[in-house]
Every structure is written in C-alpha cells, then in structure tokens.
Design a protein around this ligand. Structure first.
Ligand code: 13P
Ligand code: SF4
Length: 401
C-alpha cells in the first residue's frame, strides 16, 4: 500500500467519519461504544453489545455462525469492513450479490452485510419462505436518498405529459428504493448495476427513444458516452426546478435524462489525483468505479464495478501498479491480498463509505444471536405490490448481462 505524506484527513460523506479516517492504517473495528462516541448514526442495540472488544465479537460471531449452519446465508458487499466481510459466505458487487440472494433457497435467512437498497433487492429476489436481514437499519445510501419517491413521481408525470407514453422509459440504478424499481417494472423499464449498465441502456433504447436514468448522473453519463451518445444528447434533471431545469425543446431533443444525484464517495476522485499518480509511477494503471465523474473515468485506463476492479487487480501481473478510484475498505483489502503488486487509493485521504461502515460487527452478532434464539431482528420487508413490479424490472436486469 502506497502511503502519502502525513496530512490532515477530510471526511467524505459525514463528519462522523473523521474519527476513523486513518488512511495509512487499516481501519480496525473498536468496541461499538467507542465508535458511537464520535456520533456515528446508529440503530439502538441492546447495551450488552456495546462494550464487547473486537476479539470477543469475533469469537461470538464465529460460534453462533457455526451453530446456525446453512439456515443462514451471509452476503457481504466489497465495501464492508474486514471484521464483517470475513464472515460472508459470498462477497461481491451489487449484481453478483443479487444473483447470490436469488440462488440460496436452502437458507431461511439471508443476512445482508451491505446497505438498505441491497437488502431490499435481496428481499424481492429471494423466495417467499426466506427472510432478509440488514444488521443495522441505519445503513442506507446517500445517493439512493437523492431520489425520493414523490420527487421522481412528479418528474415522471411531467415527462409523460410532455413526451407521451411512448416517448420515454425509466431505468433505475440498483442504488434506489424498491418503489422506484417498481416504477421501472410498471412502465416497461429496467434496473442496472455498474456491472451491466451498458447492456441495460442498449436494452432500453431497443424499446424507447428516450431514457430517464436515476439516480446517479455520473454512471448515467459515463454509460451514455460508452454507447456513443453525444453530451448534447444528455440533460440533467434537477428535481428542485420546474421541468428539472430544462426547456421542453431541450427535453424533446434529449436521448438520456440524468437525475441529478451522485455518490459522495466517488465524486471525491479527481483528474489531478490521476495526474499525480502517473507522475509518481509512470507505469501505473488507473482503474475507477463508474460512479466517478466523466472526467475521471475518461482519464482512467479502465473502469468497472467493484467486482471488476477486484478481478482485474487480482489477475494483473506481479509488479504491476494500480491507482484505484473507489472506496477505501476495498482498496485496502486489494492491497493486502496482492502483496506482489502496488495497489493504492487515488485519494490518499479518502474515508470509508460512512453508511457501509455502519455494519459494525456488534450488529452482525446481535442479529445472528437473535436468529439462534428464534428472534428475527431487522427484517427488511417489501410490500406485495412493490415486490411484484420491482421483481419484473430486476428480472429484466438479470437477463441482460
Ligand atoms: P458495485 O455494484 O460496483 O459494487 O457498486 C455498488 C456501490 O454502491 C458503489 O458505490
Ligand atoms: Fe451509496 Fe456511494 Fe456508499 Fe455506494 S459508496 S453505498 S453509492 S454512498
């Protein structure tokens, strides 16, 4: 792991993370009570769990995990901290984890170590006999929160009134609430992840001349460019302005309407960081997540989902050098797993995704011990109608890769 000169660190998404941002060290879990002192947003948890040390947590999680056996499948997103992801039966990006959620009917429970929209998706895709659990209900996604249902419904009504039913279809990134996925299912649209956004957008253009892409303008723009669209053919939709801040003529000419949302972790990466990395290591390869800005993705050598980033670096030749534009927990893990390569985060002061980080091992232990006692803590439930329509859009997604 390459380390820069010591300098003050900058919290990304929330001030709460300033206490954890030690980019030159691995982020080791402290007792939950310690982490809460810096105002990490948290869900109430029985006080017994607050003061358990990392070692005690590890022992108890190991014990209860063994006791539960195949009754439980634990899924872990690549951004989860070490002390949590080590217990995941399956690790992956959002696309792979949705497939994993759909393919373990033998487990009564799926414990999703990730964020809320991922657990909700698992709840839609798994069988009716299964229950999905999110260890900490405060683990949301700030990008998903940028597209609340009422704002999107208002925008959708305006667009249909202007362009007609055949003039546009919706396409939602996985990082959305289930209600928006259902909107896609109802109106002939599709879901995508960063692993299949190009194929999903092609699918959409086979059915409609225009697409409303939400909520990540950057993934949308990067995907539009990959498909050969011109920047002139894309507009952003600002939910706080009438017609999203566009004229009717501009919307009629557009092929891709991009909801004005973003990821506060990935928009911290800059072309200046890439230039600095290239100066320091002339042979460096830059790989970025497509939630980064268009400028960053274009200045990188390649881009891809977290699973693609993991695979490319793991398969790279010994001695290669990688500057990575994604969340620090994954970059640190890749650096550790690839000691024969140099792997570093493009932003030397980047923090973890603060919401992914809310899955402290104490929460994992709490929900697992609950299951062992027959108590289901933090089940994520999607109502039947939302489940029905969001599943239609998700199944389309699973077929287009
Ligand atoms: P992946 O699907 O690439 O894992 O991305 C999920 C995510 O939230 C990235 O910020
Ligand atoms: Fe959401 Fe960004 Fe965190 Fe991914 S990294 S879960 S998009 S806030």
């Amino acid at each position: 792991m390459v380390t820069g000169a010591k300098r003050p660190f900058v919290p990304i998404t929330e001030i709460e993370h300033s206490a954890f941002c030690r980019p030159e060290d691995e982020l080791k879990a402290k007792a939950l009570a310690e982490e809460l002192k810096v105002n990490v947003r948290w869900q109430r948890i029985p006080t017994d769990y607050l003061h358990l040390s990392a070692e005690e947590l590890d022992q108890r999680i190991g014990r209860v995990r063994q006791e539960l056996g195949s009754k439980v499948t634990i899924l872990g997103h690549h951004y989860q901290r070490e002390e949590v992801i080590k217990y995941a039966d399956y690790q992956g990006d959002s696309f792979k984890l949705s497939r994993d959620a759909a393919s373990h009917p033998e487990s009564d429970y799926i414990v999703f170590c990730g964020v809320h929209f991922m657990a909700e998706t698992a709840g839609v895709l798994c069988g009716p006999h299964q229950k999905v659990i999110l260890p900490n209900l405060a683990a949301g996604c700030s990008m998903a929160d940028m597209a609340p249902m009422h704002d999107v419904l208002d925008a959708w009504d305006d667009l249909i009134e202007l362009l007609g039913d055949d003039g546009i279809i919706p396409m939602a990134y996985m990082n959305t609430i289930a209600g928006l996925k259902a909107l896609c299912g109802r109106h002939g649209g599709i879901i995508c992840t960063s692993a299949n956004a190009v194929a999903a957008l092609e699918w959409s253009y086979r059915r409609s001349p225009r697409v409303l892409f939400l909520p990540d303008q950057h993934l949308g723009r990067n995907t539009g460019l990959k498909l050969g669209l011109d920047l002139e053919e894309m507009v952003t939709w600002n939910p706080f302005k009438p017609l999203g801040g566009n004229t009717p003529e501009r919307l009629e000419k557009a092929k891709l309407i991009l909801w004005q949302g973003h990821c506060s972790v990935h928009t911290r990466f800059t072309t200046r960081q890439i230039e600095a990395a290239r100066q320091r290591f002339p042979d460096v390869k830059i790989i970025a997540h497509p939630e980064c800005t268009m400028e960053v993705v274009q200045a990188a050598d390649m881009d891809g989902s977290t699973e693609v980033i993991r695979r490319v670096i793991s398969e790279a030749p010994a001695g290669s050098v990688w500057g990575v534009g994604t969340e620090i927990s994954l970059v640190n893990r890749l650096a550790k797993q690839n000691p024969d390569k140099t792997v570093f985060c493009l932003d030397p002061v980047v923090c973890p995704c603060s919401t992914m980080y809310r899955i402290h091992p104490a929460y994992l232990l709490w929900v697992l011990e609950g299951l062992a006692e027959g108590v289901v803590v933090n089940q994520i439930v999607v109502d039947d109608e939302t489940r029905h329509y969001s599943r239609i859009a998700l199944e389309r997604m699973l077929q287009v890769v």
